[in-house]
Design a protein around this ligand. Structure first.
Ligand code: TRP
Length: 364
């Protein structure tokens, strides 16, 4: 049995397989062939797991409404790790989902102790602008703040605790505080409220998240079952993606600028971060590298290409083969990565400027 997953912890998760087994998450490969226009991250196993994703596929096939619902903790700079989840949100919009995007300002207020004003600013200037620049379209998007939403949402939030015990909370989360309890119940309301009568009634909802959020999914699915009488909730589906590794190999974290590449980094910063700090899976000397090759499993530059920046499967495969055989050197791999990232970011930063005029369309 793996340890509990702590959604507020710093643990960097390595053994995804064990977690899937312990908590009953299905491999994404089981639904891949039925998934329309699958994302490259789905094909590459970066989006590796799901719960009841079949409901979403089914709704789409039958042209019934379905929802993509997820949330963000506004914390500092929007980086390439955030961009990957944003891509997934936009993918669901493109295949027909209505979007609910929650700014978890109450969670951040209670658990991270930041002011609501500061959190609101980060959510808009960093997250929302980047979503728009990455291709999110206004219209079927509910971008909302936990601190300021619909009456029906607050009513649900206040009803949910009737059917959960303190012992269950402790079993799922271990160390629990009043602030965490509020955050957990609020998140369950986030996930379930698209199905309230005020929002069109029961419908399939998919929640794309990192595996650290799975405790919330388990609790919310139980709560959905316990409120059948009142709301006839369909248990929410989810997808799980691997986390992008930080530059130095550990966790990518907004509180450590040398662990990430921000979407706003200039080309010189990107070059320095990758050349100087990105953990290399290459050999200790050129001679050794030529002989034994490099390890793409731990190489951060390679993983950046795989997760986000090299869309061409054939090119990625060639880089992998060449690097592992020793034909391609670390310096060459890094140089290629710097160029890929910089050409993406320079186009993205231009789109960010244009995105500013769109912001109002997403805020009510
Ligand atoms: N807890 C999430 C995080 O730490 C944020 C969040 C709030 C969320 N409500 C949600 C995620 C609903 C998914 C669905 O990032």
């Amino acid at each position: 049995m793996t340890k509990k997953i702590d959604p507020w912890g710093k643990a960097d998760i390595r053994d995804y397989g064990a977690i899937m087994k312990d908590f009953g998450i299905e491999p994404f490969s089981s639904v891949l062939k039925h998934t329309p226009k699958p994302m490259m991250q789905m094909k590459r196993g970066i989006i590796f797991g799901h719960r009841e994703f079949g409901r979403i596929l089914d709704a789409r096939k039958k042209r019934k409404p379905f929802v993509m619902m997820t949330g963000l903790m506004p914390s500092g700079k929007f980086h390439i790790g955030h961009a990957m989840l944003a891509r997934e949100m936009i993918y669901f919009q493109e295949i027909g989902a209505e979007l609910y995007v929650c700014v978890a300002d109450i969670e951040a207020f209670n658990v991270r102790r930041k002011s609501l004003q500061e959190l609101r600013k980060i959510a808009i200037d960093e997250y929302l602008l980047n979503y728009i620049a990455l291709g999110m379209k206004p219209g079927k998007v509910n971008f909302y703040f936990q601190s300021n939403h619909q009456t029906a949402y607050y009513r649900l939030l206040q009803m949910l605790p009737q059917r959960v015990t303190f012992a269950e909370m402790k079993a799922i989360y271990g160390d629990i505080t009043p602030g965490k309890i509020i955050s957990v119940i609020t998140q369950a309301a986030d996930i379930l409220h698209p199905q309230l009568p005020e929002n069109g009634g029961p419908k399939p909802v998919v929640v794309p998240v990192g595996i650290d959020q799975d405790p919330h999914m388990r609790l919310t699915r139980d709560l959905a079952a316990r409120f059948q009488r009142e709301f006839r909730f369909i248990p929410p589906s989810s997808t799980y993606h691997e986390f992008m590794k930080g530059l130095k190999g550990g966790k990518m974290s907004s509180s450590d600028p040398l662990s990430y590449i921000a979407m706003s980094d200039d080309s010189k910063t990107v070059r320095t971060k990758i050349m100087k700090y990105a953990f290399s899976g290459g050999g200790n000397s050129i001679k050794e590298h030529r002989k034994h090759g490099g390890d793409t499993k731990v190489d951060v530059a390679f993983s950046m290409l795989k997760f986000l920046f090299e869309e061409d499967d054939r090119k990625l495969k060639k880089i992998k083969d060449d690097y592992e055989s020793g034909k391609m050197l670390t310096g060459e791999l890094k140089e290629y990565t710097v160029e890929k990232v910089n050409s993406f970011l320079s186009a993205h930063q231009k789109r960010m400027d244009k995105a500013k005029s769109q912001v109002d369309k997403f805020l009510k």
